[in-house]
Design a protein. Sequence first.
Length: 400
Amino acid sequence: MNAVGIDVSKGKSMVAIMRPFGEVVATPFEIKHTEIELKKLVCILEKLPGETRIVMEHTGIYWQPIAKALHDAGLWVSVVNALLIHKYGNNSIRKGKTDKLDAVKIANYCLDHWLDLDRFTLIDPIRQELKTCHRQYDQYIKLKVNLKNNLITLLDGTFPGLNTLFKSAPRDVDGHEKWIDFAIKFWHRECVCGCTEKSFTNQYRKWCTKAGYRFNEAKAASIYAHAAAQVNTLPMSDAIKRLVILAASQLNTIIETLSVIQNEMLTLASKLPEFPVVMKMFGVGPVLGPQLIAEIGDVRRFHHKQSLVAFAGVDAPPCQSGTFESKNRHISKRGSPRLRKTLFQIMSTIIQHAPADNPVFQFLDRKRQEGKHYYVYMTAAANKFLRIYYGTVRAYLEDT
């Protein structure tokens, strides 16, 4: 019975090998995440007499190379949530933290939870690609928000209110928004009201034809009137023009990147077995569907629907002591924040369309009529949606 604790860090790890009753098989030693050193570690662990189990923390992505190498070698590996390791065995008065102490702590955790550990399995390549795409999508969304705010700030000095002139949805082909493309051509209010209304209308018509947007003469008149009524604080100079055009071009680049990633995510998700049944669920479309599948992964890895709810962090743990029992409980938020964000967007879609025959909306609407706070009924509806998702998708996968 050999417990191997591995404290993972970037590019290297500390390994400790323990047996019951505090017997030290090998004092903590360091290995690098290179092919040669990982093979040496495999040889060391294969020579140990008796059953061997390896435990490491789920730390970012640093654990993946060593977990894959040990798994491919046929060794028993378990990857544990770092919070469980952190809370384990904190019964010392003295404070001390080193990689060697952490490796020993993980090895002792392995011994104490020998029968409760879950064996690590490799993620399906398609699911791994889908999840990676969603991670990148999330990063680019943050960049998009920052760049859009930056462009609006610049336009508030050259053409106030330009971003509110167009209400059309983004184009399906590349995700471009009309007001951003318009800002590249008519970056200053003087570009519009510096000429006659008829002249601007002709320019606007030519631009719409070239850029691939629909022309409306009444819209041209309203844009001209809006520009004439505004007051600019930045001059119509070459320097300001470059700044506005650069900001708009960078934003368009990010938008095009997001469009490519969205299409890639949809293609990857369509290859997974649960894709048809997930896409039939109300509130789940070609954008949110792949995101939902990416964050939940294979639903069969959850033994109960409560496990999926806890993974999302939308469960409310009990709070009771003696005769006291809290009636105002908060969700744990100990799960995936990206999954919670996706669920919130799905709930918003359900509220906007208000399908009377949808059980999630019926539940949500009932909580809303009871006077519950916005976040309370949104979270409760997300909880119910996940339970329906678990039952529906799991039954579908078992039948196929």
